[in-house]
Design a protein around this ligand. Structure first.
Ligand code: C2E
Ligand code: MG
Ligand code: MG
Length: 653
């Protein structure tokens, strides 16, 4: 009971409208309503305090012939001085950005100040009315009525403050009128009560309407500024926070940092578990990230798997690094999605303002560039923006523009790298590898331009060119030689790709079984989309499918059951280390034996030494590919390679 009463009183003096039967809210919303109420009052406060000071001066002048003049002058000096000081203080404490939350204590202070000012004015009729001249009495009556009306207007959204301010004045008037038996004063008392009731009633009605409007606005704000999935602020909210930080930077030099994060394996998770699993992953990531930040700072989700944080009032760049490292560490523990443990990772790019930019555009562009470098360095990397990133990002843009016209300008060409069958000791085919002869940069490696082509969608046009050119080249090779063509996952999002392949085979008049499609694991994971159905259609047509870079993705052997692969290509990283690291050798051996049981051939990628070749022979690897057998060569070089002495020597081994 007692705590209920204390709680009620606390709510009452905090301006909480539920104390008067207004809308009930939780503390977060109540704090937001207080912020709005306070900002309205502070908005008027300078004018109101000036009016108070003027009124006090007017009173002193009106009472100059009264016997109470000395007291009135003292009163005026105190009230006018306090009003001017308070007006100045509230002007200086005006925030650059409106706070989103105001504490109960701040509201208590406002109510207390309102009461003190009201009490000062309540003294006036009691102390000065009786001895004042008729003119003086008229002035006091006008001032008190004006104060009542002005106070009600100033505190129109905070009934408790309006009550705290007007009550002492009402009491003062009541005492003053009650001292005299004049019936006119009784009439005046009635009028004051009527006016007071009307004013306070208006204050209540107005404040309830105001609070309901703020609540509706908070709800609308939530939908506009909050990501519905993770409940984190969204891009709109992030942009506003960034704008606020830039304003503070301009006005007070307050430095800040922006941290940009991108999940390294979100796409794989999304593909493997579908959208509900991907959503669950994001929700878990969001809550882990939010726990890493400083109080009152919120990570925002600004894109599918992109998160960002504005760190205001940055004292040292190391503080930003500290938070970034906490973000990275938040991924150490695996995530539990649909009962499976999934390891996620993130990279972080950091920009410092104003050092790295002072416009939203520059800051985000540079954060992107820093993040790009972090991602390139590998998952879990944190990079501060550096001048060179800017150059790298401009370079990338330029490369993008150039790539758009590369097919038309005939700058792309294919090279072919042989597969050697260790059982038959003969070359069974070639992998077509794309090259770009840039007019000024020279030869650009596919690792640089394929990701750009994928991001921009140019991969469809380029991929079509590759398959057509590969099939056309294949037409000139002996019947028992195949060509393997690499496909990006993005190409399979376009169902037209099947038609393109069929058309390329038909135009070149080559049998479909001579074409092998190389795909990576990530493409198989897709529960959705058309990848599986397109690959099945290709298999029905007679083409074969190889699983490229095996061991580098999720490396789950269950994927091998998803499609009837004709080949697995063990990634070159395992081949490179298999003679020095026993675990690599164990993986290579077990993949080969598993593949044999599943009736799938194995190609070892990246064979560079005779020892590696010998070992692969011993463990019955079916085919090998690598610089030892042959580097990628032009179409013209293929025939020469087929007859090469070096290869014969390898066959004979
Ligand atoms: P990939 O399909 O795994 O191709 C093998 C890469 O390893 C090739 O690099 C090849 O030159 C290189 N390589 C072959 N043998 C050795 C070796 O003994 N040692 C070493 N260190 N490397 C070796 P390249 O040509 O730079 O291609 C890189 C990647 O670019 C390819 O990896 C493939 O994923 C992609 N790519 C190439 N051409 C195309 C294309 O036409 N379309 C698509 N979507 N991707 C392509
Ligand atoms: Mg390949
Ligand atoms: Mg490969």
């Amino acid at each position: 009971m007692r705590t209920q009463l204390t709680n009620y009183i606390a709510r009452l003096f905090a301006g909480d409208l539920s104390a008067f039967g207004g809308p009930a809210t939780d503390e977060a919303v109540a704090g937001h309503i207080r912020a709005e109420q306070m900002s309205l009052v502070l908005g008027y406060s300078v004018g109101i305090m000036l009016a108070n000071a003027c009124n006090a001066a007017v009173l002193a002048v009106a009472l100059r012939h009264s016997p109470d003049w000395a007291f009135a002058l003292g009163w005026t000096v105190v009230v006018a001085g306090a009003a001017i000081a308070f007006g100045l203080q509230s002007h200086l404490s005006r925030r650059i950005t409106k706070p989103q939350f105001v504490s109960r204590r701040a509201m208590h202070r406002l109510v207390r100040n309102a009461f003190m000012l009201g009490a000062a004015w309540g003294i006036v009729p009691v102390a000065f009315f009786a001895n004042a001249s008729t003119g003086g009495q008229l002035v006091i009556t006008c001032l008190c009525s004006g104060m009542l009306a002005g106070g009600a207007l100033a505190f129109a959204t905070i009934p408790i403050a309006a009550i705290a301010f007007t009550t002492p004045i009402f009491i003062g008037i009541a005492i003053c009128l009650g001292q005299d038996g004049d019936p006119a004063y009784v009439l005046m008392a009635v009028l004051v009560v009527v006016y007071g009731t009307v004013l306070l009633r208006a204050v209540f009605v107005n404040s309830f309407v105001f609070a309901r409007r703020v609540i509706r606005q908070i709800e609308a704000d939530r939908t506009v500024r909050q990501d519905p999935l993770t409940q984190l602020p969204n891009r709109v909210a992030f942009n506003e926070t960034l704008d606020g930080a830039l304003k503070r930077l301009a006005l007070s030099g307050e430095e800040f940092a922006v941290l940009l994060l991108d999940l390294d394996r979100f796409k794989e998770v999304n593909d493997r578990f579908g959208h509900p699993g991907g959503d669950e992953f994001l929700v878990q990531v969001a809550s882990r990230l939010q726990r890493c930040t400083r109080a009152a700072e919120h990570v925002a989700r600004i894109g599918g798997d992109e998160f960002a944080l504005v760190m205001a009032n940055l004292v040292r760049p190391e503080d930003a690094l500290g938070i970034a490292e906490r973000f990275v560490a938040a991924f150490t523990e695996p995530f539990l999605i649909e009962g499976c443990e999934i390891s996620g990772e993130t990279s972080v790019g950091i920009v410092l303002a104003p050092r790295d930019g002072n416009t939203p555009l520059d800051i985000m562009k540079n954060a992107d560039a820093a993040l790009y470098r972090a991602k390139k360095a590998g998952p879990g990397t944190v990079c501060f923006f550096e001048e060179a990133d800017d150059k790298a990002s401009r370079d990338r843009k330029a490369l993008q523009t150039d790539l758009a016209g590369a097919v038309a300008r005939d700058e792309l060409f294919l090279v072919f790298q042989p597969f050697l069958d260790l059982g038959e000791n003969r070359i069974t085919g070639f992998e077509a590898l794309l090259r770009w002869q840039h007019p000024s940069r020279g030869l650009v490696p596919p690792s640089e331009f394929i990701p750009i082509a994928e991001e921009t969608g140019l991969i469809h046009e380029i991929g079509e060119w590759v398959i057509r050119r590969a099939c056309a080249t294949l037409a000139d090779w002996p019947e028992n030689i195949r060509v393997a063509v690499n496909f990006s996952a993005a190409q399979f999002h376009n169902t037209g790709v099947l038609q393109t392949i069929v058309q390329a085979l038909a135009d070149a008049k080559v049998a479909p079984h001579r074409l092998e499609i190389e795909i990576t694991e990530s493409m198989l994971l897709s529960k959705y989309g058309s990848a599986a159905s397109i690959l099945n259609a290709l298999l029905e047509l007679g083409a074969t499918v190889a699983l490229d870079d095996f061991g580098t993705g999720f490396s789950s052997l269950t994927y091998l059951r998803k499609l009837p692969f004709s080949r697995i290509k063990i990634d070159q990283s395992f081949i490179r280390d298999m003679l020095v690291q026993p675990d690599c050798a164990a993986i290579v051996k077990s993949v080969i034996s598993l593949a044999r049981d599943l009736n799938i051939d194995v190609v070892a990628e990246g064979v560079e030494t005779a020892d590696q070749l010998e070992y692969l022979r011993q463990i019955s690897c079916d085919e090998v590919q690598g610089y030892l057998i042959g580097r990628p060569v032009s179409a013209v070089g293929v025939q020469a390679l087929l007859n090469s002495k070096k290869l014969r020597a390898i066959f004979a081994a």
